[in-house]
Design a protein around this ligand. Structure first.
Ligand code: NAD
Length: 249
């Protein structure tokens, strides 16, 4: 498949996990890539792997929670490639904490990356996506769709991503820009290292946030992101695609 050979795709959170797997999948399908992350070393590893596919890669260290940094990320992409066809927002952070111990700082930190970061990237990219008739794929979570214990900030941030995606889909669909999201269940990536549950956590509730079958790798989410970003999904707009092995079925 070569669905992205004439496309420029910007991926945030590209240094690791789902973002890296998505960048590699898109590179294998011919995309020119603007990759961004706060983690410079991981970003360079992803960029090297993608360049090995023979595609042009611009790697830029940047923080999606920072307005000036987001403006830089998008401007550099358009300066380098002359256009932007697809924005994939993957950057995110996770924390498990009892509601009663969640500080305002915890809340603000998670909302700032997961929700504000997605908002800022969508806002900054939209004029360029309107020019190209492009699309956005955001990363929500099954935590946006059903109660996941000990993740009040994270779940709220992902619920926001779910709603923001539908809003953009309706606001810009008629102007030719689609906006969809994926909702992964439990995927084996470094973010799982934050899997430090509160003391005395109920094992039955732990099961609620794990996949029904064995956990899968990030490539299972990357392939769904690639589908939504491609012309194969030309009539798919405002959808949240669950990628959870049926956990929430
Ligand atoms: N792994 C799962 O089980 C799972 C489930 C549902 C949703 N998700 C979502 O998928 C996305 C990717 O997660 P992952 O599992 O690949 O985790 P990961 O930790 O491997 O990747 C997240 C990436 O985001 C980057 N990042 C963090 N803060 C950033 C910031 N301020 N600006 C730019 N980049 C930043 C990190 O450096 C990292 O490279 C996240 O949005 C996460 O919430 C993951």
């Amino acid at each position: 498949m070569d669905r992205f050979s004439d496309k420029v795709v910007l991926v945030t959170g590209a240094a690791s996990g789902i973002g890296r797997a998505t960048a590699e999948r898109l590179a294998s399908e011919g995309a020119s890539l603007a990759l961004s992350d706060v983690n410079a070393d991981g970003l360079e590893e992803t960029a090297t792997a993608c360049r090995a596919e023979g595609v042009d890669v611009l790697a830029q260290v940047g923080n999606v929670g920072d307005e000036a940094s987001v403006a830089d990320i998008v401007r550099s992409c358009v300066d380098h490639f002359g256009r932007l066809d697809v924005l994939v927002n993957v950057a995110g952070i996770l924390q498990f904490k009892d509601l009663r111990e969640t500080t305002l700082d915890d809340w603000n930190r998670i909302i700032s990356v997961n929700l504000t970061g997605t908002f800022l990237m969508c806002r900054e990219a939209m004029p360029h996506l309107l020019n190209s008739g492009g699309n956005i794929v955001n990363t929500a979570s099954t935590a946006a769709l059903a109660g996941h214990p000990w993740t009040v900030s994270y779940s709220a941030s992902k619920g926001g991503v779910f709603a923001l995606t539908q809003t953009i889909a309706v606001e810009f669909g008629k102007q030719g820009v689609r906006c969809n999201s994926v909702a992964p269940g439990s995927v084996l990536t470094p973010i799982q290292q934050a899997f430090d549950l509160p003391e005395g956590a109920d094992p039955k509730l732990v099961y609620r946030i794990m996949a029904l079958d064995k956990q899968r790798g990030p490539e299972t989410v990357a392939s769904s992101i690639a589908f939504l970003a491609s012309d194969d999904a030309a009539h798919v707009n405002g959808t949240c695609l669950k990628v959870d092995g049926g956990t929430l079925a």
